[in-house]
Design a protein around this ligand. Sequence first.
Ligand SMILES: Nc1ncnc2c1ncn2[C@@H]1O[C@H](COP(=O)(O)OP(=O)(O)OP(=O)(O)O)[C@@H](O)[C@H]1O
Length: 266
Amino acid sequence: MNSIIEIKDVTWRRDDKTILEDVNWKVNPGEHWAVLGLNGSGKTTLLNMINGYIWPTKGQVSVLGHRFGEVDLRDLRKSIGWVSSSLQERIYANERTQHVVISGKHASIGLYEKPTEDDYAQAVMWMKQLGCAHLYDRVYQGCSQGEKQKILIARALMASPKLLVLDEACNGLDFISREALLKSIQELAVSPDAPHILFVTHHIEEIVPDFTHTVLIRRGTVFASGRTSDVLSSSVLSDFFETPVEVNWRNNRAWLTAGNDSSNIE
Ligand SMILES: Nc1ncnc2c1ncn2[C@@H]1O[C@H](COP(=O)(O)OP(=O)(O)OP(=O)(O)O)[C@@H](O)[C@H]1O
């Protein structure tokens, strides 16, 4: 497979509005990407396109080596895991954690078949990988926000996806829960046969070193993309945010502070 994702000259218009414009972006095998953009910049639209929920007005999309128009999108979606807040809201309140995880095997909400021994064994394996095996047999709704995210990631892994989209996975987490989740995601990223990860965020400090590459989305266009260490520089980000910011690297992570002149931040 030459590329995991290839988006060529893609534009998407809705009504009179251009939501994505001339987007070019390539994810190669072996890369994990952070997707960073402000509210309304077009990240979700781009993800919806990658998952085949919307079709480009212009340009070409290939995902996991399949060109849109030449592939059954329902089949393709089986290879894509997606964890988002909208999924969080759909899980049944009284479901046990291991059953939430097992439901990922067929991407269903709830279970329609009696799980096999093998299903339970796999659920435990993925819960261990995510550092949440201690939550086995707990009621899902009783888990904390960070614990729920780990369970939902384990759920997505039950289908052995080749691409895993984590959409604002750290939203609503306190510092400790956020760091615990990021640690689990990093361990997943370096594990054998790890899926390619797309980590969508508003926050630079969530971009851990295993996200080898970063794409910056602004107003429906790719502002910059490339190796994370190159993209997350003070000069690139000051241009991106259109206000001076300073990036400090600590433990291979970029930390952002407003620069001298923060008068543009309202
Ligand atoms: N179906 C649609 N019809 C019209 N406008 C849309 C549609 N989908 C998205 N938009 C608009 O496109 C822009 C980009 O939205 P999108 O949800 O992709 O941004 P985002 O980067 O994911 O934002 P956030 O970080 O706030 O979730 C927004 O202005 C949004 O209102």
